[in-house]
Design a protein around this ligand. Structure first.
Ligand code: THU
Length: 161
């Protein structure tokens, strides 16, 4: 028997004011994107904004449905949009923010399990890490160097070969 360990480090900023200019602008865009959310059921508006390797900016927001499982997360909408508009283009950095109409929005949220799976395949097929910025409307901000770090031992298309 052998034991293996998985660990990763990430940056924690006291607030968005401590981010560099490009990162702060991307997080602002993600906050703006929450306005395009359709979230009449959860009232939890999520916005995502990405800077592609080519420099283009793409945004997404969660789109809910009365049949709850049909709803789409902001990150999933963003990945599908990026891939549809700029097929094969890698994402350099993706920021996620939210506006919780029922409570505070003052700490980072991290992508759900399904979005982690989509992010890791996006990284795999573009061959580049997706850097993640997570922050609410205020409060601490996390920066994670590579989205797939959030999904150790991921299932991937390699297994289907
Ligand atoms: N949601 C996202 O859009 N991204 C996340 O990372 C977490 C959750 C959405 C799904 C649903 O519309 C609402 O937030 C509440 O779960």
């Amino acid at each position: 028997m052998e034991k293996k360990e998985f660990a990763f480090s990430f940056e924690v900023y006291g607030s968005a004011d401590e981010l560099n200019r490009d990162d702060a602008a991307l997080l602002r865009l993600a906050r703006e994107a929450t306005k395009k959310s359709y979230a009449p059921y959860s009232r939890f508006r999520v916005g995502a904004a990405a800077r592609l390797l080519s420099g283009e900016l793409v945004t997404g927001a969660n789109q809910e449905n009365a049949s709850f499982p049909a709803g789409l997360c902001a990150e999933g909408v963003l990945l599908a949009t990026a891939s549809s508009l700029y097929p094969g283009m890698a994402i350099d950095t993706l920021a996620v923010s939210y506006d919780n109409e029922r409570g505070p929005s003052d700490r980072p949220i991290s992508p759900c399990g399904i979005c982690r799976q989509s992010l890791q395949e996006f990284e795999q097929r573009t061959g580049r890490p997706v850097r993640l910025i997570m922050g609410g409307r205020e409060g601490k901000v996390y920066v994670i160097p590579q989205a797939s770090l959030l999904l150790p031992l991921a299932f991937s298309g390699d297994e289907l070969a």
